[in-house]
Each structure stands twice: as C-alpha cells, then as structure tokens.
Design a protein around this ligand. Structure first.
Ligand code: DAK
Length: 257
C-alpha cells in the first residue's frame, strides 16, 4: 500500500508508526483507519517484530477524530465511522505484541482514545490530554467511556468526560493515564529504550502476560487466576522458560534464541 498518512519504520524488532497529517493535527479520518488496518494486517503475522510504538508528527499526537469529515455524516455514516474506529482500536488491544503510545503533544478525543487502546503511554512534558467531545455536543465514540474509567478510575473518567477539560502531562501521570513523563526532546529515545527492553525479554512470556492482563480485567477474579495458573503450567513445556531459569542458576544472561 502507498501510505499517505502513516510513516512506518521497522528495525531491531521494533515497529514505529508515526501519524503524519500535521496540518490537521493528525486528526483521525477514514483514510487513516484504512491505512492503519492495512498496516496491522501486515504486522500481525510477523514473528520478527516484538513491540509497536505509535506517535504523532508535529505538535499533536492526535487532536481527535476528524471534525471536518464528521460534520458531513448522517447517522448511518456516523455509526460506520464509529464501529470502524472501535474495531481498529480493539485490534491494538488484541495484538500479541506490546503497544506503546509515545504522546508528543495533543491527545484529545479520539487521540486520547487511541493512546488508551495502547498498552501504556509515555508522554512528553508538552503533551495534553482530554475528552472534549462535550464541547462539540457529542459523546466519545471510541470507547473513552469504558477505557478511561478502567485506566484512571471512575472519578477521573467522569471528571474528564463531563468537564471536557484538557489536562497536562503531569496531571495525566498523577491519575495513571500515563506511566512516565519525559523532556520533549528525549521522548522517542526513552520510548525506544523501553520498547527494546520489552522486545529483549523472554519473547514468549511477553505476549502471554499481555493477554492474561488484558483478558483478566473483565473476568471474574477466580477464573482469571485459574487462567493464569493454566498458562503458568504451560510455560514448563517451553524451552525459553527452561533457558531463563537455567541461565539464572548458571549466573549468565539467557539466550532466547
Ligand atoms: N479535526 C479536524 N481538524 C482539526 C482537528 C480535528 N479534531 N483539530 C485541529 N484541527 C485542524 C484545525 O481546524 C486547523 O486547521 P486549519 O484551520 O489550519 O485548516 C489545524 O488543525 C490547526 O489547528 P488550530 O489552528 O486549532 O491549532 P491550535 O494550536 O490553535 O489549537 C487545539 C490546537 C488542539 C487546541 C485545537 O485545534 C482544537 O481544539 N482542536 C479540536 C480538538 C477536539 O475537539 N478534539 C476532539 C474531536 S471529537 C464517534 C466517533 C469518534 C468520536 C466521537 C464520536 N462516533 C462516530 C460516535 C470522536 C470524537 C472526537 O475525537
């Protein structure tokens, strides 16, 4: 595919996708969702990529769904736009490898929702977060009403969605919406270090852990614990797990290959 909006770099087991439509602050339109789904189709079967980083070009991560495109929609088109976006964000949650949002600037509306569909978020000091849909007379359409409360708790989700206030990176850190705040110029360096660390961890244990955490949060605790025990048991048939334990006992670094 000839990508117009996404810039894709894959090297050293890490894929970096930069959303690049800076004239519209990287607002998410139908073309973005088509390109992004095409990229995920290519990425999902690959065994050589162990982590995905998503960032934005210019002063925004993503300033929301594209208002200029939405303003012309009727209810059927709005429904199609919403379900296309929701399915895309769900794919990010379900993809086996960890996904890190490198939030360089505005993450508003659909942009904050995209960041929340990633596994965790690292933000530049300049980043700003918000769900400003109330200002447009609408509700969030890409699952902020569900993900924001799961990530930050009920009070913070209600506060952000009902006030439509934009919050700073430091406040996002305080409420657990982001996991780390960096100087703007070192954002990508820090994110790439984290991605490399994860990509270098016992490779099969990373996707299994992601799946257990992701699926467990909406399961009954006992059932989720039992699922963990089953997966834990399976690890003992795994060469990588044996290598990890042996390497510890032999006081050397594990060789995952
Ligand atoms: N969509 C389209 N264009 C956008 C945009 C957006 N979300 N945000 C910014 N732009 C465009 C601006 O129109 C402007 O274009 P030109 O006038 O230069 O042609 C350009 O980007 C630069 O923006 P500004 O001139 O406004 O830049 P400033 O630095 O002054 O302000 C800002 C930055 C981020 C504070 C401001 O641009 C802003 O408030 N943007 C809108 C933020 C926003 O409201 N985001 C939420 C969008 S609503 C659903 C599915 C999805 C959703 C809802 C329902 N279903 C279908 C049910 C999701 C909704 C949203 O995400």
């Amino acid at each position: 595919m000839n990508y117009q909006i996404l810039k894709i770099q894959i090297a050293d087991r890490i894929a970096v996708v930069t959303i690049s439509r800076p004239a519209a602050l990287n607002a998410l339109n139908t073309d973005f969702f088509k390109e992004f789904n095409h990229f995920l189709d290519d990425l999902e079967p690959r065994q050589d990529v162990k982590a995905l980083v998503i960032t934005g070009e210019g002063k925004a991560f993503v300033a929301g769904a594209d208002i200029a495109e939405m303003v012309h929609m009727n209810s059927d088109e709005g429904y199609a736009f919403s379900t296309f976006g929701q399915r895309t964000f769900d794919r990010l949650e379900l993809i086996k490898i960890p996904v890190i949002a490198a939030v360089n600037g505005y993450a508003l509306g659909g942009g904050c929702e995209l960041a929340m569909a990633c596994d965790f978020r690292i933000a530049s000091k300049l980043a700003k977060f918000g769900q400003p849909e109330m200002n447009l007379g609408m509700i969030p359409g890409y699952a902020a009403t569900q993900r924001l409360s799961r990530i930050t708790g009920l009070g913070n989700a209600l506060y952000m969605i009902l006030t439509a206030d934009t919050i700073s990176a430091e406040d996002a850190l305080r409420i657990g919406l982001v996991q780390k705040v960096t100087e703007p110029e070192s954002l990508m360096e820090e994110v790439m270090k984290l991605a490399a660390k994860i990509a270098g961890n016992g490779s099969q244990a990373v996707p299994v852990s992601k799946k257990l955490i992701r699926e467990g949060i909406s399961m009954d605790f006992q059932k989720a614990s039992e699922t963990e025990a089953i997966e834990f048991g399976k690890q003992f048939d795994n060469e990588a797990t044996k290598e990890g334990m042996k390497a510890f006992l032999e006081k050397r670094k594990p060789n995952w290959n």
